[in-house]
Write a protein that binds this ligand. Structure first.
Ligand code: NAD
Length: 275
């Protein structure tokens, strides 16, 4: 099964569907990433704060898969700001991952209480020039925070934000897309905190002979978003991977578009508050 790739604004490309490891127990990470790689995933999304970069790195090393076939993302945690701290952050992540570069390095949150991100972001651009990361991007920079990044003249390739049917972040998506910044939807399934199995998504799933999760993931993929759902079971890893083959009709996409609850749909942290 082939996973589509999307072209990014720096000339590179990214597999549109990957495997995320938020809340994957560090002791289980090597086994689960190995399972995900066996299921066909080639794009892994981790972060320093997840505490499981070592496990991701061990699974990569043991897989025997050529590095060029893998797309690895990690993220700088909020307690690190400024040139020196940023450099140390990536260097320590690379060491834990056992890699000489990542494909994508992200500022994890704007964390406004920790000061401005300009110097950190300019350091990201230098780390890219030095080849320690191929691409650079941001996470959780909604329409209140993305403008300050864009003003530096260094455009992120992606903005990784919470996005699922009841929380569609339309203003941030439009601002990102206008600047050729792709949206990575985290919590693409609503982090299992929302009942998407019943109601309109359940009906769409039944009509297409697919699961509710496949319906939601297909909705993301058909609208050009990048997703990396997390699962600890091989059955669900396979199910989520197969969503790349699903085609929803434009009417079905419009029904899911209609489920947006605006800011009331958020199920996780507000970027203005997370530090
Ligand atoms: P998610 O929406 O992927 O939900 C994960 C949960 O959904 C799983 O724990 C499981 O209970 C359930 N699930 C998975 N597949 C299913 C299926 N086929 N059927 C039924 N239930 C299923 O939420 P997430 O893990 O928070 O988000 C995905 C990834 O996004 C993370 O692993 C991480 O890599 C990234 N992320 C980034 C940030 C950020 O701040 N940048 C925050 C959260 C997550």
């Amino acid at each position: 099964m082939t996973i589509p790739t999307l072209s990014l604004n720096d000339g590179t490309s990214i597999p549109q569907l990957g495997y995320g490891v938020f809340k994957v127990d560090p002791a289980e990470t090597e086994r689960l990433v190995t399972e995900a790689l066996a299921a066909g995933y080639r794009h892994i999304d981790t972060a320093t704060i997840y505490g499981n970069e070592e496990g991701v790195g061990r699974a990569i090393a043991a897989s025997g898969i050529d590095r060029s076939e893998l797309y690895i993302t990690t993220k700088l945690w909020n307690d690190r700001r400024g040139a020196e701290q940023t450099r140390a952050g990536l260097s320590e992540s690379l060491e834990r991952l056992g890699l000489d570069h990542v494909d994508l390095y992200l500022i994890h949150w704007p964390a406004p209480k920790n000061g401005p991100v300009q110097e950190t972001w300019e350091t990201f651009a230098k780390l890219r020039e030095e080849g320690l990361t191929t691409s650079i991007g941001v996470a959780n920079f909604d329409d209140r925070f993305l403008p300050a990044v864009l003003e530096t003249g260094i455009t992120p390739v992606v903005n990784q934000i919470e996005l699922h049917p009841q929380f569609q972040q339309r203003t941030t998506t439009l601002l990102s897309e206008k600047n050729d910044v792709k949206i990575e939807a985290w919590g693409p399934l609503g982090q299992a905190k929302v009942d998407y199995a019943s109601g309109p998504i359940g009906e769409i799933a039944a009509a297409n002979g697919i699961s509710w999760a496949q319906a939601v993931l297909a909705w993301h993929l058909q609208q050009g978003r990048i997703v990396f759902p997390k699962s600890s079971s091989r059955g669900r890893m396979d199910e989520n991977f197969a969503s790349a083959q699903v085609q929803l009709s434009s009417e079905q996409l419009a029904v899911i578009d209609g489920l947006d609850k605006g800011l009331d749909g958020r199920v996780s942290g507000d970027p203005a508050e997370v530090n």
